[in-house]
Design a protein around this ligand. Structure first.
Ligand code: NAD
Ligand code: TYD
Length: 355
């Protein structure tokens, strides 16, 4: 079996659902259920014996040690993290605790477990750390996309905490020989994406008749990858990646934020037109920029294609259409995640941004 951390969040839940749709290998899912963790994402697995959910913190090494001894996983995939840049600006401490200290405690528990395995099981074992392209910092328009050898230059408390965790993972390989793999992926989108991030926030606000808050001039560029393509890349790296290596994962879809918002609006005009017949674009509102806002991320994903034969299956046009359709068909899910805590966050983040 495998152990997944953070499997009730956006990417982790998609990963667990896809894994069990394709394999009978059981999954232990360790998740703290922060505001971003949602058991409803895993509702279809409620009676599935192949999925064991454990409510807990990656920073609790006693718990992790117990789970590892009990279930003896052949691999661990670490999705657990605080993941939202704006929240890291308002309150970095949780990011330090989970992304750095939590990853350290997880690594310590795994090191103890791994060193007690037989030679054969120890060689087969893998720890895959899921990271982000944001560790590489920001690019100008002219610079080439991030390769795996690009220097680390994180700019936000979020990306700095992820960079620190990447370094710890690297050090556990270099020093102790732990068979680790690291993936650095670009921005994901797709089903179960919490509506604090750009794409789901725009869909949800548009349908609610609320402003669509574009930070600054909206010309910041991100590379977008459909979440199920990220999951297939992780499976591929787990199967065939070389221990100690890092793999950049991206969708070859660099787009300015404003283009993304226009595309979402156009799809909603087609699939769920406004009652007054006017275009959703009218709801776009320019608001105060994010402090330290990275201008451009771009991923050079040639290594994973060349060495492991992985390529994304979706184009942005197909992926974003599926995503908008999913949100239209799952408005109960949207309603349920918009709790009091969510409304407080919206007030905190957007209340102080002047249009
Ligand atoms: P998310 O915020 O949607 O989910 C994170 C999950 O981790 C939640 O279920 C939460 O409850 C859980 N969690 C948080 N702290 C924990 C702790 N201390 N112990 C156990 N569980 C804990 O995040 P996501 O978007 O699914 O991202 C997953 C991973 O992928 C993160 O490591 C993130 O840095 C990375 N990543 C995300 C993106 C993206 O676009 N979303 C892109 C590249 C990399
Ligand atoms: P986000 O989804 O938070 O991902 P990240 O900051 O990790 O790339 O934001 C994506 C881009 O969209 C980023 O440039 C910030 C911008 N953005 C807005 O313009 N308005 C918003 O309300 C949000 C949440 C993000």
């Amino acid at each position: 079996m495998i152990l997944v951390t953070g499997g009730a969040g956006f990417i982790g839940a998609n990963f667990v659902l896809d894994w069990l749709a394709q394999s009978d290998e059981a999954v232990i899912n360790l998740d703290k259920l922060t505001y971003a963790g949602n058991r409803e994402n895993l509702a279809s697995l409620a009676n599935d014996q192949r999925h064991v959910f454990v409510h807990g913190d990656i920073g609790d090494s006693e718990l992790t040690r117990r789970l590892l001894a009990q279930y003896q996983p052949r691999a661990i995939i670490n999705f657990a993290a605080e993941s939202h840049v704006d929240r890291s600006i308002h309150g970095p401490e949780d990011f330090i605790q989970t992304n750095i200290v939590g990853t350290f405690h997880l690594l310590e528990a795994i090191r103890g477990y791994w060193s007690g395995l037989s030679e054969e099981s120890g060689q087969r074992f893998r720890f895959l750390h899921v990271s982000t392209d944001e560790v590489y910092g920001s690019l100008s328009k002219e610079e080439p996309a991030f390769s795996e050898t690009h220097r680390y230059e994180p700019n936000s408390p979020y990306s700095a905490s992820k960079a620190a965790s990447d370094h710890l993972v690297r050090a556990y390989h270099h020093t102790y020989g732990l068979p680790v793999l690291t993936t650095n992926c670009s921005n994901n989108y797709g089903p179960y994406h919490f509506p604090e991030k750009l794409i789901p926030l725009m869909i949800v606000n548009a349908l609610a008749g609320k402003p669509l808050p574009v930070y600054g001039d909206g010309q910041q560029i991100r590379d977008w990858l459909y979440v199920k393509d990220h999951c297939s890349a992780i499976r591929r790296v787990l199967d065939a990646g070389s221990p100690g290596e890092t793999y950049n994962v991206g969708g070859w879809n660099e787009k300015p934020n404003l283009d993304i918002v226009h595309t979402v609006c156009a799809l909603l005009d087609e699939l769920s037109p406004r009652a007054d017949g006017r275009p959703y674009q009218q709801q776009i509102t320019y608001v105060t920029d994010r402090p330290g806002h990275d201008r451009r991320y771009a991923i050079d994903a040639r290594k994973i294609e060349r060495e492991l034969g992985w390529k994304p299956a979706e184009t942005f046009a197909t992926g974003i259409r599926k995503t908008v359709q999913w949100y239209l068909e799952n408005q109960d899910w949207v309603g349920n995640v918009q709790s009091g805590a969510y409304r407080e966050w919206v007030e905190k983040n957007y209340g102080e941004r002047q249009p």
